[in-house]
Design a protein around this ligand. Structure first.
Ligand code: ZN
Length: 445
């Protein structure tokens, strides 16, 4: 009974989880921040897989209420004791240096050093991740146990960082579809060595874009890799006239752990993307959490600011801040796994499948039920245990295909997975019982 493969089905072939994991592991060691060489190196790594368009926006460029900050790069950073032993070294873990630390080279007492050290007393073996983008400061991050072990002596603090008038870098890739209606997929690329947040999201979207190349799609798909907050603001400021084309969007972050999945709705709350994710997560066989919009989180904050109010939600596995590994050195490659990455990828591919294939049919035989048994349609789909659901899908589709209700409307009302409803509709269409009535009413998108 299967028709030709859909876009979503074509996207999920092959060695998904291993490929995504390998790319996440490749970019994991790079020291990223909101600007600088690490961001460029990451974009180049993405570019080795897809034809990424690179953008450099000069320091000082005004972007709404903000300006592109000075570029920040690190040469070295460490703390040495009086015997010349390095206590912590940026070369060992880039989490040791607070991002955007100003340059310092001097001897300090332990008491003064402690004013510039972040630890996690409740997780004494982990290094926290800290930034100070917009306030001039310097700090080191280290395990609490290490700080406790330091003797009351003087320490040499060395931070060779450079601030320069440079630029902010971001990359985008457009998969051109048959229409200008766009699906935005956005991942932040500003975190240093944190695997789940967000090497996982960057790697997943890179591989999604790569596999989409060559496929025919109805929507155009825009993949945006930009530093968090300031990158999204920069992109929106430079594309203000373009955003009307965005009909659906997802911010993708923290997709490599085994929690969730979690979906946070767009500010609109009833956008199609909100309906699609709510529907597909309900049927995904895991234990999903669906959250209403709140103005705290990742770049959905910018996309959903009132002046844009775009239909963009946030897709994650565990919620940010909801796991002990969040923003610590425990968010490493052991925290993410190929299976989880593949599962997250499939959920996003399914989302794409729904927005690509949702359509309206009309029942060609609306006066009383058509005689299905005569056409051999009862139990025609799947094995015996699926037959009941398939029969229900047939009845619902025939009842609601009135030129108004779309396949997603039917799947929601019947509480059946969209994929089953779509396949069943194709079967009924091949048997002359349905006729395509057109795309979904754009006002409902
Ligand atoms: Zn984060």
């Amino acid at each position: 009974m299967n028709g030709p493969l859909t876009v979503g089905e074509r996207l999920v072939s092959g060695n998904l989880g291993e490929d995504i994991f390998a790319f996440a592991a490749e970019i994991y060691p790079i020291c990223r921040s909101i600007t600088g060489k690490g961001v460029r190196k990451t974009l180049q790594a993405i570019r080795s897989h897809i034809n990424l368009e690179l953008h450099e926006v000069p320091t000082g460029t005004e972007i709404f209420d903000w300006a592109v900050p000075r570029e920040w790069n690190v040469r070295e950073a460490y703390i040495r004791d009086q015997r010349g032993r390095k206590i912590v070294d940026f070369a060992t873990s880039n989490l040791h240096l607070m991002s955007y630390s100003v340059p310092v080279h001097r001897w300090v007492s332990l008491a003064e050093l402690k004013q510039h050290v972040y630890t996690l007393p409740d997780q004494p073996d982990l290094i926290p991740y800290r930034t100070s983008y917009y306030a001039e400061n310097w700090a080191f991050c280290m395990p609490h146990r290490l700080l406790e072990s330091l003797e009351d002596e003087r320490y040499e603090v060395v931070i060779y960082t450079e601030f320069s008038d440079g630029s902010l870098s971001y990359g985008e890739y457009l998969h051109k579809g048959e229409t200008d209606d766009e699906f935005l997929l956005s991942a932040h690329i500003c975190h240093p060595s944190l695997a789940n947040d967000n090497c996982s999201g960057v790697a997943l979207l890179t591989h999604l874009a790569k596999r989409m190349a060559g496929l025919r799609t109805r929507h155009s798909f825009r993949f945006l890799f930009a530093p968090g907050t300031i990158g999204a603001i920069t992109w929106l400021a430079r594309n203000e006239d373009h955003v009307k084309h965005i009909k659906h969007g997802l911010v993708v972050s923290m997709v490599g752990d085994g929690g969730g999945p979690t979906y946070k709705k767009s500010r609109r709350g009833d956008a199609k993307i909100d309906r699609v994710l709510t529907h597909s997560l309900r049927h995904c066989g895991l234990t999903p959490t669906i959250l209403e919009f709140s103005p705290y989180g990742y770049d959905e904050r910018q996309y959903c600011s009132p002046g844009f109010n775009l239909p963009v939600g946030l897709f994650q596995r565990s919620q940010f801040g909801g796991v002990p590994q969040y923003h610590t050195s425990a968010d490493n490659l052991d925290f993410i796994a190929p299976d989880h990455l593949a599962q997250s990828y499939r959920l996003i591919a399914e989302t794409i499948d729904i927005v690509e294939n949702d359509m309206v049919y009309r029942n060609t035989n609306p006066k009383c039920e058509p005689q299905l048994g005569r056409r051999g349609l009862y139990g025609a789909i799947g094995g015996d245990k699926d037959a009941v659901a398939a029969n229900m899908a047939m009845l619902w589709i025939l009842n609601l295909s009135d030129g108004i209700h779309s396949l997603l409307d039917i799947a929601e009302r019947a509480n059946l997975p969209f994929g089953l409803v779509r396949k069943t509709a194709q079967l009924l269409h091949r048997n002359g019982l349905l006729t395509p009535y057109g795309d979904v009413d754009p006002s409902k998108s």
